[in-house]
Design a protein around this ligand. Structure first.
Ligand code: KG4
Ligand code: ZN
Length: 399
């Protein structure tokens, strides 16, 4: 099965083409293309993602990204003149419905009509799209493009939960998910511990009560005067602390100068929930109390990162033990964090040597459409929706 996937839940305009064969137990994937057009630089000026700016950029970028993805996958074919006239007739007959689909995205409609009228229907079997969770104006652009393509190309439309993408990207490179499995999802919008008893069977056993882990990184980055997105900036600064590199043996969760000052929120609570907003406030107070220099700022970043990683790892390991899981997996933008990956790997090897740990490729941790396409392979038995009935759902939960 050949899948075209679209992802626009936040500030990346992403489209991928993936070929999937085999069974759910031993799937085989071949990446045909994976295009991500990032808006990070634009939003950085505002210190975070501005939903309506994201929508404007998605409208501008979606069609060019689609063409590039098809081209790289060698699936882009332009119609000859005769075919174009025929196609124009078809488009005209669908104009009313396309106008209603793109009612709130006139620029996307314009780009769609201009480019799609020239395309031969590509050899794909399904169109997948992120329907939620995410920012409503951003989600709708991808959902509407998917609805329009599905209608025009007569391809089934399969909605995918964004978090499901972050989970399933773990099996893209031939890894196997054995059950029960526990997935720690850590992104800009979510911090969730998800127990899976089988494919697509999710039970959220813990989640953040306030800020998500990535959000905490972003907010602390702002306090430290670093740019957006904050995660990579905070962790680069943390690595500079005392000039210690991650490769050095001495770099571990050892106490730093401020270890007594920053809390490890909820580390001993009996549940599997998290809370990071108090930690951010503690950083704020700490920054007011100390003499700020490059070195002390690096120490704060180091200590903050230690606190987040320590809490995430401790709770994840406790849940993995309690539910006797066979696989432990990590997903979401914060899964790019080197210390988190290192500590999770070390602790699993030491405490749960029989557990299979899956870590996504760093380049595939942040938002992309390949993860959405991968998830669809496991969803294929579920009925596809009629294109007109699909709606974006900004607050979608894993189900
Ligand atoms: O999954 P993602 O791309 O978007 C959402 O679905 O939210 O995650 C983005 C989040 C941002 O908060 C960003 O600061 C964080 O992931 N992030 C990191 C790192 N790289 C990205 N956090 C910590 N360390 C990193 N290296
Ligand atoms: Zn994400």
């Amino acid at each position: 099965m050949r899948i075209l996937a679209i992802e626009t839940s936040c500030d990346e305009t992403a489209i991928a083409l993936l070929e999937a064969t085999g069974t759910r137990q031993s799937p085989k994937f071949r990446v045909l293309s994976n295009i991500v057009s990032s808006q990070v630089k634009l939003h950085a000026k505002f210190g975070g993602v501005v939903p309506n700016l994201a929508k404007r950029e998605h409208q501008k970028n979606l069609v060019p990204v689609l063409l590039q993805a098809l081209k790289e996958a060698k699936l882009l074919r332009i119609k000859d003149k005769g075919q174009r006239t025929k196609n124009q007739k078809l488009l005209n007959s669908k104009l009313l419905i396309l106008n209603s689909i793109f009612g709130h995205e006139p620029e996307l409609l314009k780009n769609f009509l201009k480019a799609v009228s020239k395309l031969v229907v590509p050899k794909i079997d399904a169109i997948a799209v992120t329907y939620g969770p995410g920012l409503a104006p951003a989600l709708w652009t991808g959902v509407n493009l998917a609805r329009a393509l599905s209608l025009l190309w007569k391809k089934p439309l399969i909605p995918v939960n964004h978090l499901e993408g972050h989970i399933y990207v773990n099996v893209l490179r031939g890894q196997t998910l054995t059950f029960p499995a526990l997935v720690l999802i850590v992104s800009g919008g979510h911090t969730e511990l998800v127990l899976m008893k089988g494919h697509l069977k999710y039970q959220i056993i813990g989640e953040t009560l306030d800020d998500a882990a990535g959000e905490a990184f972003d907010k602390v980055a702002r306090l430290l005067g670093l740019g957006y997105p904050g995660g990579p900036a905070v962790s680069t600064l943390a690595e500079k602390y005392k000039g210690q590199s991650l490769k050095s043996k001495s770099f571990s969760l050892q106490p730093s100068a401020f270890s007594l000052r920053l809390p490890r929120p909820m580390i001993n609570s009996k549940d599997f929930n998290f809370s990071f907003s108090g930690l951010k406030t503690a950083v704020l107070y700490l920054l007011h109390e100390i003499k700020l220099s490059q070195k002390t700022r690096a120490a704060v970043a180091f200590e903050f990162q230690n606190s987040v990683v320590e809490v995430l790892v401790a709770k994840t390991m406790r849940a993995a033990q309690q539910f006797k899981v066979k696989t432990l997996a990590l997903g979401g933008g914060v899964a790019a964090n080197k210390l988190l990956r290192k500590k999770l790997a070390e602790t699993t090897r030491y405490d749960l040597p029989n557990v299979n740990l899956l870590l996504p490729e760093i380049s595939e941790t942040t938002d992309n459409a390949l993860m959405i396409a991968t998830a669809v392979f496991f969803r294929k038995s579920k009925a596809a929706r009629s294109p007109l009935g699909l709606r974006a759902d900004p607050g979608a939960r894993l189900a």
